[in-house]
Design a protein around this ligand. Structure first.
Ligand SMILES: [Fe+2]
Length: 238
């Protein structure tokens, strides 16, 4: 193992352990679509029923089907949790398999995470005292929302806007392309731990908001599940 591989392994492993999701376990048949924690129309009027239905049953399902196909017959990848696969994705070979895992495994991980950090309007609660303190240290809730919006609008094409806990333990706002997830370690940087992520692919908002990504992202905060986001923060801080 060379130095780069050691760095990747160390950085990614630390992240994977800090972000356990029982719903993301892999069984003998591979990964399966988790149930939504609410009805398809529960996030109305912020996210419409048709969008939620297609997003969950078609888009998320397709990522899972394609991930299962990609890893079928690969003993090294079978049995691993989706976080392990994605955190260490850069060390998967050959490149075609790596790309398939990053795209489809990332799609599975990101969407499962996304469903869990939303709640019907008015039921999302408030940030925990610890998270509220971290948001204050960041510059306040409005700055956080402004920066998430800027990250969402700055992402050309498809991707995600995230709030993560960075290496120094403070909150950071980042965006990723396609289905990349911040827990994936890169050559120059260990993985980061997301606590909130907004899907800014057009499939997440186009039926209701058409080209108005900004309106969707601004409205999204009405369905933020602060209880789940606070739990993510507590886990990320360890
Ligand atoms: Fe999506």
């Amino acid at each position: 193992m060379n130095r780069r591989e050691m760095l990747l392994t160390a950085g990614a492993g630390a992240v994977a352990l800090l972000w356990p999701r029982p719903s993301l376990a892999q069984d003998a048949k591979g990964f399966t679509l988790p149930k939504l924690p609410y009805d398809y129309d529960a996030l109305e009027p912020v996210i419409d029923k048709m969008t939620m239905t297609i997003h969950h049953t078609k888009h998320h399902q397709a990522y899972i089907d394609n991930l299962n196909k990609a890893i079928a017959g690969n003993a090294d990848l079978q049995g691993k949790s989706i976080e392990e696969l994605i955190a260490n994705a850069r060390s998967i070979n050959p490149m075609t398999l790596r790309t398939a895992v990053i795209n489809n495994g990332g799609g599975h991980l990101n969407h499962t995470f996304f469903w869990e950090i939303m709640a019907p309007k008015g039921q999302g609660g408030e940030p925990s005292a610890e998270l509220a303190k971290a948001i204050e240290a960041y510059g306040g809730m409005q700055k956080l929302k402004d920066d998430v919006l800027a990250a969402a609008l700055g992402r050309f094409g498809s991707g995600w806007a995230w709030v993560v806990v960075g290496a120094n333990g403070a909150l950071e706002v980042v965006s990723t392309a396609n289905q990349d997830n911040p827990i994936t370690a890169t050559q120059n940087r260990p993985g980061r731990k997301p606590i909130l992520g907004i899907d800014v692919w057009e499939h997440a908002y186009y039926l209701k908001y058409q080209n108005r990504r900004a309106d969707y992202v601004k409205a999204w905060w009405n369905v933020a599940n602060w209880k789940a986001i606070s739990e993510n923060y507590a886990k990320a801080k360890g």
